[in-house]
Write a protein that binds this ligand. Structure first.
Ligand code: CAA
Length: 379
């Protein structure tokens, strides 16, 4: 594997790093405490190309590929994990429309996602009674003479209040995966209402709501891909999304490790800095090693996807390892901060909370293990 980055990849990483340091990091804590969704910052990110890193230039993206996207996600997440999850889902939605949409659908939505005309895109698969077991979804789409009528509820939808387009999965046929279709649901669809914001443990600067469909009418041309073939679209999206969440976890863990190193150098105990105690050195060494392993797994998955090679197993391995490791790294960094870490005066408590969901959304660790094991053992 070639570990050298291209000039373009370095440029995207540097652009994301500069923006994150200058614009996101200073007020990340305030946005989180006050539950501020960063509309203006997201527009600036779109202007920098960060809402379509792996989207072709003709659709308003920068076409820099999956490795560049992963690197950009790490940088944005290091500064503000809430903004990063919004970025991740918008990139994923734009990519999936490019991959499965008709030329008209791509033209209609993708330039608006990449340019920031749509504040965000959303991915509406999960329902109140099904998350991991995604083929059990109950939302229905009934065919009419001129389109579709949607009924049901989607839950935990990232950016649902701000999304210009929601890729929404609904049942158009019998039970199981073959009865599921995907739709491009505009954010202002009559009959779709947005539920109240979830009171989350972390990522409070991101928006998480339910979407309720009550006889919501969709035009015929909102069907994404073929009728009854929506479930594989969700799986393809999640394969790529898992590289995004893995990158997000790495960014959060990097911030936690950097904070722990800084604190360990400053804080004196027993007549010397924490950094001179072996117990602390070992924790920091373990964190740095796990972080590097996470980066290697993630960039491997990103490179395979970029090369058009199979990457499902590798994306699941990257997500499983990086998100579990990031939680361990945050826990060590938190421990190193001692009592101060438990206060809001230091960012580490936010990082611990923001990190927690990464082992859950876009497929729990248990789902990743299921996917990986299937490659070894079969269904
Ligand atoms: N790529 C392409 N197609 C795939 C695929 C993949 N990686 N994985 C499965 N498929 C296809 C299969 O080939 C099969 O196709 P056919 O109909 O042609 O046979 C179909 O999908 C069904 O596959 P399975 O029989 O394997 O389905 P399953 O019921 O056993 O489920 C699963 C597989 C991996 C458990 C899947 O349900 C899954 O990933 N669940 C987790 C869902 C998830 O990650 N939810 C997160 C929600 S989104 C979120 O959190 C977003 C956010 O806002 C941050």
């Amino acid at each position: 594997m070639d570990f050298d980055l291209s000039e373009e990849q370095k440029l995207i990483r540097q652009t994301a790093r500069d923006f994150a340091t200058r614009e996101l990091e200073p007020d990340a804590g305030k946005r989180e405490r006050e539950h501020i969704f960063p509309k203006d910052l997201l527009k600036k990110m779109a202007d920098l190309g960060l809402m379509g890193v792996n989207v072709e230039e003709k659709w308003g993206g920068v076409g820099a590929g999956v490795v560049a996207y992963s690197l950009a996600m790490m940088e944005i997440s290091r500064a503000c994990a809430s903004t990063a999850v919004t970025m991740a889902v918008t990139n994923m939605v734009a990519e999936i429309i490019c991959k499965f949409g008709t030329p008209e659908q791509i033209q209609e939505h993708v330039p608006k996602l990449t340019s920031g005309e749509y504040i965000a895109g959303a991915f509406a698969l999960t329902e109140p009674s099904c998350g991991s077991d995604a083929t059990a979804l109950k939302t229905t789409a009934k065919k009419t003479a001129d389109g579709w009528i949607l009924n049901g509820t989607k839950q935990f939808i990232t950016s649902g209040s701000y999304s210009g387009v929601n890729i929404t999965w609904a049942r158009t046929g019998g039970p199981g995966s073959k009865g599921i279709s995907a739709f491009l649901v505009p954010g202002d669809t009559p009959g779709m209402t947005i539920g109240p914001e979830e009171h989350k443990m972390g990522l409070m600067g991101s928006n998480t709501v339910s979407l309720i469909f009550e006889d919501a009418r969709l035009a015929a041309d909102t069907l994404l891909g073929e009728e009854g073939r929506g479930f594989p679209i969700a799986m393809v999206a999640l394969d790529g999304g898992r590289i995004g969440v893995s990158s997000q976890a790495i960014g959060i863990a990097q911030a936690a490790l950097d904070a722990a190193v800084e604190y360990a150098r400053e804080r004196q105990t027993f007549g010397k800095p924490l950094a001179e105690h072996q117990a602390i050195q070992w924790m920091i060494a373990d964190c740095a090693t796990e972080l590097d392993a996470s980066k290697l797994l993630t960039l491997r998955a990103a490179r395979l996807k970029e090369q058009g090679r199979p990457f499902t197993r590798e994306a699941s391995m990257a997500k499983l390892y990086s998100t579990e490791a990031a939680n361990r790294i945050c826990a060590h960094a938190f421990q190193i901060h001692g009592g101060y870490g438990y206060t809001k005066d230091y960012p580490i408590e936010r990082l611990v909370r923001d990190c927690r969901v990464t082992t859950i959304y876009e497929g729990t660790s248990e789902i990743q293990r299921m996917v990986i094991a299937r490659f070894l053992l079969g269904d």
